[in-house]
Design a protein around this ligand. Structure first.
Ligand code: ATP
Ligand code: MG
Length: 552
């Protein structure tokens, strides 16, 4: 490292010589210097003490031992201290000048006339070199402050989550102040209680720490919203939590405020009693203000992320519950209503055989027809509620059946094209894809005024791709059936597919002009086929009949 005081060897030797010669007079010189300084600047004791350390009067012992290096280190240290005490650099310059002035009569008295020029030049040089070193120290102190604030800003911009942000801010702060201890406590969302969320120098013991607002040192800072300092913990008179008492000798604390609201407290601790200097106090507050904003933002983002995750979890659960509920209702319709209708049908048939009058026969016959239509209707409802064809014959057969039903009910020509390698997928995937097809085809029937719809299903490596395209009026052109009413079909499709970590795109049909027709594209991971077991219901293949399992 280059010498902080660029002063020639020969001049340094002269300064040493002067220090030795003036030794008996330094006390008197210092008294005069203090009086002059006090009259001109009225500095506080800490600033005066730091200035005094820059003079040969204090450094003479070091010079006597030719220990200029330690003197240089002291100059840099006290220079920084003066910067932190916010002493104007011009005051430093004047303090050094006054000191030189006071040395002058002694120098004249003690040195031969022919040496005076050399001695005065060496003292001048020493004084200006000291001033340069102090200016550098001022510059370094400002640079360090700016670097600290930049590091906090960097943490804010790059920390991936709240906990990382808190740790980085605390790390930067404790390093910047050379503190041995640090903790950030954040307020609970719903109670005035502080909890430790990041720490330096404590370890796990602090994790369960809980401090009520108003209690102890940090609770007081949280309640008043004002910074606090315990320069010497031995005099804290019980205001301090015991876990801090063993670890530090001095504690500084600042509130973390978002607007007027205290969202937390940052504490840093030192191994020795220590009072903050004005710029240190200001820097700590600036760090706290900057970090509070970042912490609040990160907290909100985290809460939003958590809420999104909870909503996704909940909607997944609701979709599963909905499927279960549909199955339960269809089972009850089948087992209760369906069976009862079958019994009614049987008895009516027997009755028809026994009655003799023509009117009665006609009435019973008509009733039997109503019962048959009702049974047919219930079968349709059961099929829609719980896609048994899906469970029994798989997705492809279920899609073909839906397409056939659409053609029959809405008169839309439906083409189904399935890749060879689709195979069976996991139950959840098949159900989701099936429900998307079902809703999309309902929409075609309800809104599209289409003549043709094509449904394509294929497998592409680990993905299943579904595409449903109609040649109808397109989504933008179609009139909302009920403008005041909210629609759930497309949203439900998206939700199902998102739950499976797939994607859904809705847009105009590709082969038509822009806006004509609708195309829905779904991509989902093709999870392997799961455990297929129906829940008490079977569909007799080929017959279209639904039977309770085990029934003849
Ligand atoms: N294939 C389509 N062709 C034309 N317009 C469509 C098509 N599919 C959807 N739409 C339009 O998009 C809107 C939203 O569809 P969505 O399925 O979300 O709701 P919905 O069918 O109106 O009601 P819900 O499905 O909740 O019973 C529909 O109201 C309709 O205007
Ligand atoms: Mg719909």
């Amino acid at each position: 490292m280059p010498a902080l005081l660029p002063i020639k060897e020969s001049q340094r030797a002269v300064v040493n010589e002067v220090s030795k010669a003036l030794q008996p007079h330094f006390s008197a010189i210092r008294t005069n210097w203090r009086n002059r300084m006090f009259a001109e600047f009225q500095l506080d004791g800490r600033a005066m003490a730091a200035l005094e350390r820059l003079t040969i009067g204090t450094g003479f012992r070091l010079f006597c031992h030719d220990n200029i290096h330690t003197f240089e280190e002291n100059t840099s240290y006290y220079g920084k201290r003066l910067a932190k005490l916010q002493v104007d650099i011009r005051v430093v310059s004047q303090a050094l000048d006054i000191y030189l002035e006071l040395l002058d009569p002694y120098v004249h008295q003690m040195f031969e006339v022919e040496r005076l020029g050399e001695v005065i030049a060496a003292l001048d040089r020493f004084s200006s070199a000291t001033y340069v070193a102090v200016s550098n120290a001022y510059f370094d102190a400002q640079k360090a402050e700016a670097a600290t604030l930049l590091a906090v800003l960097d943490a804010e911009l790059t920390a991936p989550n709240l906990s990382a942000l808190l740790n980085r801010v605390l790390q930067v702060t404790t390093e910047s102040f050379r503190a041995s201890l640090g903790v950030i406590l954040l307020r609970d969302a719903d109670a005035p209680v502080l909890r430790a969320r990041a720490n330096v120098g404590f370890g796990d013991e602090i994790e369960n720490l809980e401090i009520e607002f108003g209690h102890g040192f940090s609770g007081h800072i949280a309640q008043t919203g004002e910074p606090g300092i315990l320069p010497d913990i031995t005099e804290s008179h019980g205001r301090l939590n015991p876990f801090c008492r063993d670890k530090a000798q001095a504690l500084w604390g600042v509130p973390l405020k978002a607007g007027e609201k205290v969202i937390g407290v940052m504490l840093i601790g030192f191994a020795k009693p220590y009072v903050w200097l004005p710029t240190e106090h200001e820097l700590l507050r600036a760090i706290a203000d900057r970090s509070a904003l970042a912490i609040q933002r990160a907290g909100m983002t985290e809460a939003l992320r958590e809420r999104e995750a909870r909503i996704a979890e909940l909607s997944g659960y609701l979709l599963r519950a909905q499927e279960e509920e549909r199955k339960r209702i269809s089972r009850e319709l089948h087992d209760e209503t369906g069976q009862a209708l079958m019994v009614i049908r049987l008895y009516l048939g027997m009755l028809e055989a026994t009655v003799t009058t023509r009117t009665a026969k006609t009435k019973i016959h008509e009733t039997l027809e109503v019962v048959d239509r009702t049974i047919e209707g219930i079968r349709r409802i059961i099929g829609r509620l719980s896609p048994l064809v899906l469970q029994e014959l798989g997705l492809i057969a279920a899609i073909r059946k839906e397409a056939k039903d659409l053609a029959k009910s809405a008169g839309v020509k439906a083409k189904v094209s399935v890749g060879d390698n689709v195979g069976r997928l996991s139950p959840v995937t098949e159900t989701a894809v099936y429900r998307v097809v079902q809703e999309a085809l309902h929409n075609v029937a309800k809104h599209a005024h289409a003549t043709t719809v094509t449904i394509q299903l294929r497998r592409d490596g680990g993905l299943v791709k579904l595409c449903i395209e109609d040649d109808g009026v397109g989504i933008k052109q179609s009139q909302k059936p009920n403008p005041g009413r909210r629609s759930f079909g497309l949203a439900g499709m998206r939700e199902r597919i998102t739950t499976l970590e797939g994607t859904l795109k809705v847009g105009p049909a590709s082969r038509n002009d822009e806006g004509a027709g609708t195309r829905i594209e779904v991509t989902v991971p093709a999870a392997s086929a799961g455990d297929w077991h129906d829940r008490g219901l079977t569909l007799v293949p080929g017959s279209g009949e639904v039977h309770a399992k085990g029934a003849n």
